[in-house]
Design a protein around this ligand. Structure first.
Ligand code: R5P
Length: 291
């Protein structure tokens, strides 16, 4: 049993000091096998080291929400502007043409929707993801949730054990519950738990002090966007996360619910890959929107 009365917050994260002895450009992956590294390299741009993943897996929880009514009409046209298309197996197979050149990541846990108790999820088979030529399997972790913490950690642990030996990376997604604190201390813990249990990529949310979340996590961290924000705020969120060491986004609503999703995807890419400031990103957004 942990000594719960003497848990001391970490405070020596070596912020700004790169990971030691790293030759492969993706954090924490020097010692992985060729196939897994190749899949990671297919998702993270070789020049910037970063990735814009377009998340459109929301439908498995909430059905055809705004911006996702027709994946073929709303989402497929964005594929050329992002590095990874991240969705559920049924939508990827039924609406993305096999000629799609953008790599896919598959949401690999499912089970319950917003109509019932969420997070009681089961896992997809790794062979199915391999057959789809997925570059990554993504599953959710409900850290701090009394009902589902254990089962979701078990899901991650089990999936890593099955997927990594076959060259398949696993992304751990930090869920945020209604009653959970959304601060760097919580996200830092959740990210670290995901990495400790073998996640190859951690997806979490930005919070003040995010540099500690990234520094304490030995594998790449990307951020979700969360609820739709005005475009300048969403670009600022991306910028701050990148400044703190995140290597990209796995973003949904702030792209596909934008007034111009294609322009927004490209503006986000400008911030993530080209180091644009939020103001420069907005300039890009407005230029593209006018066209
Ligand atoms: C959450 O479980 C889902 O994986 C979403 O993909 C994630 O929340 C990212 O979407 P958004 O940027 O809309 O929050």
């Amino acid at each position: 049993m942990a000594d719960l009365d003497d848990i001391r917050d970490g405070n020596d994260f070596g912020i700004g000091i790169p990971p030691a002895n790293q030759s492969f450009y993706i954090k924490g992956h020097d010692h992985m096998g060729w196939g897994l590294k190749n899949r990671m390299a297919n998702m993270f741009n070789k020049k910037s080291g970063n990735s814009v993943m377009l998340a459109f897996d929301h439908g498995f929880l909430m059905g055809p929400t705004s911006g996702l009514e027709r994946i073929d009409l709303n989402i497929l046209p964005l594929a050329p502007y992002v590095d990874v298309m991240m969705g559920c197996k049924g939508m990827l197979r039924s609406t993305l043409p096999p000629e799609c050149e953008t790599p896919i990541a598959v949401r690999a846990d499912a089970g319950t929707t917003i109509l019932t108790e969420m997070n009681n999820n089961v896992l997809m088979d790794v062979n199915e993801a391999l057959a789809m030529n997925a570059q990554c399997m993504a599953i959710m972790l409900a850290i701090g949730c009394p009902s589902y913490e254990a089962s979701t950690v078990r899901n991650l642990y089990t999936l890593v054990d099955k997927a990594n030996p076959l060259g398949m990376p696993v992304m751990g997604i930090t869920a945020v519950g209604k009653d959970m604190a959304r601060d760097a201390r919580y996200f830092g813990m959740a990210a670290r738990v995901a990495a400790e249990n073998g996640a190859n990529i951690v997806k979490t949310y930005y919070a003040e002090g995010f540099e500690k979340v990234v520094a304490g996590c030995p594998v790449p961290v990307v951020i979700a966007g969360g609820k739709k924000l005005p475009e300048p705020n969403a670009l600022e969120l991306c910028y701050k996360a990148i400044q703190c060491g995140a290597v990209g986004v796995d973003m949904g609503r702030n792209i596909f619910q934008s007034e111009d999703p294609a322009a927004m995807a490209q503006a986000v890419a400008g911030v993530v890959h080209d180091g644009l400031t939020p103001a420069e990103g907005m300039e890009k957004f407005n230029d593209l929107k006018r066209k």
